[in-house]
Design a protein around this ligand. Structure first.
Ligand code: NAD
Ligand code: DAU
Length: 351
């Protein structure tokens, strides 16, 4: 089996669902269920014995070794993190605790487990760390996209904490020989995206007649990747990635934030027109910029394409249409998230 951490979050839950849709190999899912963890994302697995959920902290130095010992996973895929840049600006401490200290403890638990494995499982074992393009800092309009050799230059407490965790993962390979792989991915979007992030926030605000907040001039550029393409990339790296190496994962979809929100509005105008006939674009509102806001991210995904044969399947246009459709068709998930009702899943699951 594999151990997935943070598997009740946005990308982690998509990964678990995709994994179990195409493999019989069980998943042990360790997630602390912070505000960002939502077991309702995994409700379709409720009666699936191949999904074992454990609520807990990656930094728990008692629980994690017990889980590793009892379940003997052949791989650990680490999604667990505090992930929202704006939250890291308001309160960096949780980011240091989970992303840095938590990853450190997880590495220690995994190192102890891996060191005691027999020869065959030891050489087959993998620790895959899911990281971000934000560790590379910001690009000017004409700069080349980030490659795996771009120096780290994180600018927010979030990206600094992710960079620190990447360095620890790297060090555990070089010092102890732990068989690690790291992926640095661009902005994901798709089903189960928590509505604190740009795309789901604007989608839900549009439908509720609220302002669509654009930071600064809206010309910051992100490189958008459909979440299922990211999950496929992680599976490829897990299968055939070279130990100790990093792989950039991106969608070749650089878009300015304002263009992203305009596209969203156009799809909504078509699929769910406003009753007064106006475009949703009328709700766009420019607000104060994010402090230290990175201007542009762009991923050069040549390495993973060339070495592992991975390519994104969705363009931004196809992926965003699927995403809007998913949100329109999953109103009860949306309502439960917005009302906080999704927290009831916790009580239900543990009663
Ligand atoms: P998310 O915030 O939606 O989910 C994070 C999950 O981790 C939640 O379920 C939360 O409960 C869990 N968690 C938090 N602290 C934990 C702890 N101490 N122990 C166990 N579980 C804990 O995040 P996401 O968007 O799904 O991102 C997943 C990973 O991918 C993160 O490491 C993030 O840095 C990275 N990433 C995200 C993006 C993106 O666009 N969302 C892009 C690149 C990389
Ligand atoms: O690049 C990968 C990163 O993408 C991940 O590592 C992070 O975990 C993930 O949260 C995401 O970070 P961003 O800061 O890029 O995502 P967010 O959706 O918060 O913002 C996207 C862009 O939109 C960014 O330039 C800020 C802007 N924005 C965001 C919000 C929430 C707005 O203009 N208005 C908003 O209300």
């Amino acid at each position: 089996m594999i151990l997935v951490t943070g598997g009740a979050g946005f990308i982690g839950s998509n990964f678990v669902l995709d994994w179990l849709a195409q493999s019989d190999e069980p998943v042990l899912n360790l997630d602390l269920l912070t505000y960002a963890g939502n077991l309702e994302n995994l409700s379709s697995l409720e009666n699936n014995p191949s999904h074992i959920f454990v609520r807990g902290d990656i930094g728990d130095a008692k629980l994690v070794p017990e889980l590793l010992q009892n379940f003997q996973p052949r791989a650990v895929i680490n999604f667990a993190a505090e992930s929202h840049v704006d939250r890291s600006i308001h309160g960096p401490e949780d980011f240091i605790q989970t992303n840095v200290v938590g990853t450190f403890h997880l590495l220690e638990s995994v190192r102890a487990y891996w060191s005691n494995l027999g020869e065959k499982p030891k050489s087959a074992f993998r620790f895959l760390h899911v990281s971000t393009d934000e560790v590379y800092g910001t690009l000017g309009p004409k700069d080349s996209a980030f490659t795996e050799t771009t120096p780290y230059a994180p600018n927010s407490p979030y990206s600094a904490s992710k960079a620190a965790s990447d360095h620890l993962v790297r060090a555990y390979h070089h010092t102890y020989g732990l068989p690690v792989l790291t992926t640095n991915c661009s902005n994901n979007y798709g089903p189960y995206h928590f509505p604190e992030k740009l795309i789901p926030l604007c989608l839900l605000n549009a439908l509720n007649g609220k302002p669509l907040p654009i930071y600064g001039d809206g010309q910051q550029v992100r490189d958008w990747l459909f979440v299922k393409d990211h999950c496929a990339a992680i599976r490829r790296v897990l299968d055939d990635g070279k130990l100790g190496e990093t792989y950039n994962v991106g969608g070749w979809n650089e878009k300015a934030n304002l263009d992203v929100v305009n596209t969203l509005c156009e799809i909504l105008d078509e699929l769910k027109p406003r009753t007064n006939g106006d475009s949703y674009k009328a709700q766009i509102t420019f607000v104060k910029d994010r402090p230290g806001h990175d201007r542009r991210y762009a991923i050069d995904a040549t390495k993973i394409e060339r070495e592992l044969g991975w390519k994104p399947q969705e363009t931004f246009e196809t992926g965003i249409r699927q995403t809007v459709t998913w949100y329109l068709e999953n109103q009860s998930w949306v309502n439960n998230v917005v009302s906080g009702e999704y927290r009831q899943w916790l009580n239900k699951q543990y009663s």
